[in-house]
Design a protein. Structure first.
Length: 131
């Protein structure tokens, strides 16, 4: 899957949550799924290689791209979030496999609870607690 296909449907915006100088690097790293530190290092390298062009591009993004409002994100596992951005098909298969496993466990639990074996085990536990 190409980078452009994985970004389809999302809009680029500056990050208010990961902002140092306008949130441009934070917004780029969130949009493309890059590591924030690597994005900042690449920005510094760009400033060192061609300061006028890099400064002009950075300022253009700061003034032309809207900042996303600061939001309280739910606690999502960062590893899961990065795998979702870099390999969405594989992540979907992993989630499907996990839900199928949970569904099988739930079916076994339901089968046990509705069986006569459960009633017998419960009666034995009640007898043990009465001692």
């Amino acid at each position: 899957m190409t980078g452009s296909a994985s970004t389809f449907g999302r809009r680029f915006s500056r990050s208010s949550d990961h902002s140092v100088l306008g949130g441009v690097c934070g917004g780029l790293s969130e949009y493309f799924g890059f590591n924030l530190k690597v994005t900042r290092i690449l920005a510094v390298i760009g400033f060192l290689m061609n300061p006028p062009l890099a400064a002009l591009a950075y300022l253009a993004v700061v003034f032309l791209v809207p900042a996303r409002p600061t939001s309280r994100k739910p606690d999502i596992d960062p590893k899961f979030q990065s795998s979702l951005r870099s390999r969405p098909a594989q992540t979907a298969r992993d989630v499907k496999r996990r839900f199928l496993s949970l569904d099988r466990r739930l079916a076994r639990l339901e089968k046990y609870i509705t069986s006569s074996r459960y009633e017998l085990d419960r009666e034995f536990r009640d007898l043990e607690h009465r001692r």
